[in-house]
Write a protein that binds this ligand. Structure first.
Ligand code: PMP
Length: 426
């Protein structure tokens, strides 16, 4: 209750519900976007009101103060995800953009431009890019395109019947031709947690780079990219209590230093002539143009908030909620749970397919009950196709979710079955 009160969104809705007697919305869509605590909203506003200036441009004291706030947030994010140095953190628009910086950078390295460091990313016919069938489109399409541009083969680890895949599946798919292995730490459709450290070790043993989509892990569990041994990782501010319009790319220093910037322009360079440009070291070589400064400051505040709560504590709390969610779904006939049935292998969410009902009908019914979830393919069309469905209904929890909200979701899906007259075998 104390945590919820720190979020103006929940405080406002809870107060209005208390006034009108209507149920407060059960916000079970944090996997799509999370709500922000007052600290985050205030940090952004305070920065804009008192310290806004053109970061990294000019010599005034005001610019220095704004730059300190901007770079302080980078250091905070670095610490939060186990990066040894702030320079390993590159600002992007969101996770999608961060993943594109890697894929487009590798394409640039192979475009015959003679850019320094490009050899590290040589990719062509005979090489393989490996993903899984469970990826979010953001960690799928950039790699399809990179394969098409370079002539490398595009391969994937097929999803099993429950939408998961295993270390053994990866072992069978990785080989000495694999150059890039891109996968999600936690699937946004099944909640499945991949054994990242073991997978990164396997990839390293065949000389492949690992690119981790950490969108659904960083907001929920303690994550240390250095300890996990991944080469690149991406996540979004808006799913971890932070602002929209800010995402993060983490990279190993020597790889970021060798990766060509795919977007170029002002402030990312050291020397420009009418013929060519030399780029700054990372992270600034990847941050051309004016940056989303207040969003960066807000993300720094989100990290402080999460650190104050404690990620171990948040993870333990969310795990209880997920156990309750999975147990309730398992006890509901006619409802198929996507992903692992053992909650020990999943984080933060559960998506279901209800026999005889389209997810959009379910979503509309749930909305009428004030239960806010995500329906559709969740940007994971290939996974849904592999599971023989076109869409699902996803409930996701966060550190502010209550048991009551979980129960309201479970009641509402049973209510939808009754409302639409679905016959379920007892
Ligand atoms: N990967 C995963 C696993 C996600 O859940 C999401 C967000 N749905 C993304 C990538 C893309 O994040 P964004 O839209 O913030 O770029």
């Amino acid at each position: 209750a104390e945590l919820r009160a720190a979020f103006p969104y929940f405080a406002a809705h809870d107060a209005s519900a208390a006034r009108t007697g209507a149920p407060t919305p059960a916000y079970l869509d944090a996997a799509a976007t999370s709500q922000r605590p007052a600290e985050v909203l205030d940090a952004e506003r305070r920065f804009l009101e008192t310290a806004n200036a053109a970061v990294h441009r000019g010599t005034s004291g005001a610019v220095g103060t704004a730059t300190e706030a901007f770079e302080g947030a980078r250091a905070a994010v670095a610490r939060f995800v186990g990066a040894a140095a702030p320079e390993q953190i590159v600002w992007a628009e969101n996770a999608t953009d961060a993943l594109n910086i890697v894929a487009l950078g590798i394409a640039e390295a192979n475009a015959g431009l003679g850019l320094a460091g490009s050899e590290r990313f040589a990719l062509g016919p005979g090489d393989e890019i490996l993903v899984t069938e469970a990826e979010h489109h953001a960690n799928l399409i950039p790699w399809q395109r990179l394969a098409a541009k370079t002539g490398a083969s595009f391969r994937y680890i097929p999803a099993r019947e429950d939408g998961t895949w295993s270390l053994d599946d990866a072992r069978a798919a990785l080989n000495e031709r694999t150059r890039i292995f891109a996968f999600a730490h936690v699937s946004n459709a099944t909640g499945y947690v991949a054994p990242v450290a073991e997978l990164a070790e396997l990839a390293r043993s065949v000389g492949a780079l690992t690119v981790l989509d950490a969108c659904q892990s960083v907001p929920h569990i303690p994550v240390d990219f250095a300890a996990l041994g991944v080469d690149f990782a991406a996540f979004s501010g808006h799913k971890m209590l932070g602002p929209n319009g800010i995402g993060v790319l983490y990279g190993r220093p020597e790889l970021l230093a060798a990766l060509p910037p795919s977007r170029t322009g002002g402030s990312a360079i050291t020397k420009v002539t009418m013929e060519r440009a030399d780029f700054m070291p990372p992270p600034m070589r990847f941050e051309p143009g004016t940056q989303p400064v207040s969003q960066v400051v807000g993300l720094g505040a989100a990290v402080s908030f999460l650190e104050a709560v404690g990620m171990e504590r948040a993870a333990a709390r969310e795990h209880e909620l997920v156990e309750r969610l999975v147990a309730g779904i398992a006890a509901t006939p006619g409802v198929r749970l996507l992903g692992p049935s053992d909650p020990a292998h999943r984080i933060a969410l559960a998506a279901v397919s209800i026999e005889g009902l389209h997810a959009h009908d379910v979503g509309q019914f749930l909305d009428e009950q004030g239960v806010l979830v995500r329906v559709g393919h969740h940007c994971a069309q290939p996974l849904h196709r592999a599971l023989g469905i076109t869409s699902s209904t996803r409930a996701s929890v966060h550190l502010t979710t209550t048991e009551d909200e979980v129960d309201r979701f479970l009641d509402a899906i049973r209510g939808a079955q009754r409302y639409f007259g679905v016959e379920v075998a007892a």
